[in-house]
Design a protein around this ligand. Structure first.
Ligand SMILES: [Fe+2]
Length: 485
């Protein structure tokens, strides 16, 4: 190895160590004090599926994880299935790629927006954020003053080095969400799920307004540790959610169907409401990149555990077992745990996962970074995927992504879109899922324009609840009634 290669290798390995250190929990997050109700929940699950089945599943899943870690390590960034947007437009995505998306639960879609346009949109967004006052988390008194004076204020967090901006209806977000190509991608992603009956669910894309990441270059930022969205304790405590994973508890985890829309739409993923909960069913969560990122540690990459079934199976089973007193990670030595401990889970929060609480995931080998992402590329992951963000950004440019998921047509999702529509028509009011943080009217921001001004095509207007949905399906009739159209 040349001295330059050695230097590069040492540099990236130290960036990796920083990330792994950041991704360890603080002790107080390892165990929430949940109480007897959750002891009973564990006893109920063990009685329903059988202690023996759950133990066999634990041993089988941890053994499969050991083998999978070697495969993932060898694959490196090539574990990410990649699709070129033009293949979605021409319906020429290969079966191999579709199989890889179903196996891993992740996908990168290249060239959805032209690079130059995406870069310009990123610059416009930066200007918009800089021209409007931003309140950094923790300084509530300033926030209130701004609200009373009717000035717009975006909340940025965390205090030290903000990267999450609670702007939902900026011109940039509206432009991207209503872009024909974005909507075509969302339909493609929705169609990767199976079991749409046209009565309760259909792959017609709906629009979900989430926030954005605008991360300044330079060094460390306390970005997201490994976690899974769409609830935490909810996965065990909501009957339908638990049923969605029943094959895992029955020790038939290979038969689990992570893309079964019919089973998933019955789920209440926010049984315990809270500020981290999205209430809609997203087929994939997603980033629209407006700047370069990824390719190595230190470049604000997204890191995922790239096996949708094994990751969630391990997390669900982990709560039923605890390490022996000597701290061995040998799964055969782990003992049945009938306490109220659900490591990393808490009411109203996402499922957090740390190398110390979930050691069999072998994050050192398995957390797979996005390869080089360019402006205009989209990154998506299934709602059961473990994901984290690299805490360092050694670049001279900001790393900007818009959180734009794919959302199918279901009765609940449509009802949410109606409430979201009524909110943005009210001078850009904060969308319903985010009102617990802070409610404001983004319409008073400098440079703001009404959302409906951006929806130039019928599919975009339909996705936002602004126009009657078309199609000969029962759910379309229900949808138009809900929308009052
Ligand atoms: Fe997340």
């Amino acid at each position: 190895m040349s001295s330059i290669s050695k230097f590069i290798s040492r540099f990236f390995s130290s960036e990796k160590q920083k990330a792994i250190k950041h991704w360890q929990f603080k002790d107080d997050l390892e165990k929430a004090d949940l109480g007897d109700e959750f002891i009973q929940l564990k006893i109920d699950i063990l009685s329903k599926y059988g202690v023996e089945n759950i133990r066999k599943a634990w041993l089988s899943v941890t053994s499969a994880l050991e083998a999978e870690a070697q495969t993932i390590k060898k694959q490196g960034a090539s574990v990410w299935p990649e699709v070129n947007y033009v293949d979605i437009e021409n319906a020429t995505v290969s079966k191999d790629i579709l199989d890889a998306i179903h196996r891993t639960g992740i996908v990168i879609i290249r060239n959805v927006l032209p690079q130059t346009q995406a870069t310009e949109l990123g610059e416009e967004l930066a200007k918009y954020l800089h021209e409007n006052p931003t309140v950094i988390e923790g300084k509530v008194e300033i926030c209130l003053v701004l609200y009373i004076t009717k000035m717009s204020s975006f909340t940025g967090l965390p205090k030290q080095n903000p990267w999450l901006y609670r702007s939902y209806f900026s011109p940039t977000q509206n432009t991207v969400r209503t872009h024909t190509n974005s909507i075509k991608v969302h339909r493609f992603l929705n169609e990767l799920w199976e079991g749409y009956d046209g009565e309760r669910a259909h792959p017609t894309p709906l629009s979900y307004a989430d926030a954005l990441r605008y991360r300044q270059p330079g060094g460390f930022s306390a970005v997201l540790q490994p976690h899974i969205d769409a609830g935490s304790l909810d996965r065990w405590a909501d009957d339908e959610y638990q049923t969605f994973y029943s094959k895992i508890f029955e020790n038939k985890w290979q038969d689990h169907k992570p893309f079964d829309i019919e089973a998933r739409l019955k789920v209440n993923q926010a049984k315990f409401p809270g500020p981290h909960q999205s209430t809609v069913l997203r087929t994939f969560q997603g980033w629209t990149a407006l700047s370069p990122s990824g390719g190595s540690f230190g470049q604000s990459a997204l890191a995922v555990f790239p096996n949708v079934t094994l990751g969630i199976a391990y997390v669900l089973l982990r709560s039923f077992f605890k390490p022996p007193a000597n701290g061995s990670t040998d799964p055969n030595l782990w003992e049945l745990d009938i306490s109220d401990s659900f490591p990393g889970a808490a009411k109203g929060l996402s499922q957090r996962i740390s190398p110390s609480t979930h050691p069999h995931l072998r994050f050192n080998e398995t957390l797979s970074l996005t390869p080089q992402i360019n402006p205009g590329d989209l990154v998506f992951w299934h709602p059961d995927i473990i994901h984290a963000v690299d805490p360092t950004l050694n670049s001279d440019k900001p790393a900007t992504v818009l959180y734009i998921p794919s959302v199918p047509l279901t009765k609940y999702n449509l009802d949410y879109v109606k409430r979201q529509r009524d909110a943005f028509l009210d001078n850009g009011k904060t969308p319903p899922d985010f009102q617990e943080w802070f409610v404001q009217n983004e319409g008073v921001a400098k440079g703001w324009k009404p959302v409906q001004d951006f929806a130039q095509n019928s599919e975009a207007r339909q996705s936002l609840g602004l126009e009657k949905l078309t199609g000969d399906f029962d759910i379309v009739k229900t949808a138009n009634k809900i929308l009052g159209l």
